[in-house]
Design a binder for this molecule. Structure first.
Ligand code: CP
Ligand code: NVA
Length: 307
């Protein structure tokens, strides 16, 4: 099988790739905003496989593919043969003979790895239990648009040591910023990639105030991620003191941004006056899923483009 480039974890691309992608995403965003039609992917098809719910991921990939001149096809577990036990390896062989790129949202990271290992075309991780690289691509794009380069900055994570938090950690090392993560006892972040994360890139604690102190960006996520619903009662109790409130935001830099990948639960992980307040950039962040992914898809299919 020929060598195909996949995007399964944030660390699948290097610093130089990201520098290109952030710049390219802003170019594509401007061109789309000005009404220009740019359709390098006419005739190309994306298969999108969803084993978990989605609003942003589905719409951003589908809209992005259409804008680039291609087409995106939605498959879910309930109505495809995946839900009736067809192996992911066989699914990969079939989808990759009829489409040019595949996006999958699933449970275990090993599912996307097995899909990629049997695919002739690039595979993109649209969220697993372990990682959510497309979201962090959008989040850092959003930070850059509002505040400039993220290198040397401090990102505060408050809440679950989950897929989002773990992807922030990979990004911190790759793009050279610091992640201060405050998680409740028992919900600490565990790196799963065998990498060493030194104190210049990762400062874990159990204190939300400590994490947020001096931060340039404060971010959080739901207490209970998809697939972990059976734990939600215990989690609600464990995360009681991990809400991002206006008082907590006062510990961050005065110009700190607030981000949330969404969907959000006002009054649980974030207070309404924070997510709906002046420091919040969550709607830009959501929109940037589409612009960042358009740059990513173009890169995986066509390589670096400078027109
Ligand atoms: N942030 C995100 O991935 O949103 P969806 O679950 O709606 O796709
Ligand atoms: N951590 C959340 C992110 C949702 C976009 C989840 O996995 O459900």
């Amino acid at each position: 099988m020929t060598q195909v480039r996949h995007y399964l974890q944030f660390s699948d691309l290097n610093r130089d790739d990201y520098q290109y992608l952030f710049q390219r995403a802003q170019v594509l965003k401007r061109r789309h905003g000005s009404g220009e039609l740019y359709r390098p992917l006419v005739g190309k098809v994306m298969s999108m496989v969803f084993e978990k719910n989605s609003t942003r991921t589905r719409v951003s990939f589908e809209a992005g593919m259409s804008q680039l001149g291609g087409h995106a096809m939605f498959l879910d577990a309930n109505t495809s043969q995946l839900g009736r036990g067809e192996p992911i390896e066989d699914t990969a062989r079939v989808l990759s003979r009829m489409s040019d790129i595949i996006m999958i949202r699933t449970f275990e990271q090993s599912n996307v790895e097995r899909l990629a290992a049997n695919s002739r075309v690039p595979v993109i991780n649209g969220l697993t239990n372990e990682y959510h690289p497309c979201q962090i691509l959008a989040d850092i794009l959003t930070f850059i648009e509002h505040r400039g380069p993220i290198k040397g900055k401090t990102v505060a994570w408050v809440g679950d040591g989950n897929n989002m938090c773990r992807t922030w950690l990979q990004a911190a090392k790759l793009l050279d910023f610091k992640l201060k993560a405050a998680t409740p006892v028992g919900y600490e972040l565990k790196a799963l990639d065998g990498q060493h994360y030194g104190p210049e890139h990762f400062e874990p604690s159990h204190s939300a105030e400590h994490a947020v102190a001096g931060a340039d960006l404060v971010t959080t996520d739901v207490f209970t991620s998809m697939g972990f619903e059976a734990e939600s009662v215990a989690r609600m109790e464990a995360f009681r003191n991990y809400q991002i409130t206006a008082d907590l935001m006062k510990h961050a830099k005065p110009d700190a941004l607030f981000m949330h990948c969404l969907p959000a639960h006002r009054g649980e992980e974030v207070a309404a006056d924070v997510i709906d307040g002046p420091q919040s950039v969550v709607w830009d962040e959501a929109e940037n899923r589409m612009h960042g992914q358009k740059a990513l898809i173009e890169y995986l299919l066509l390589g670096r483009v400078d027109d």
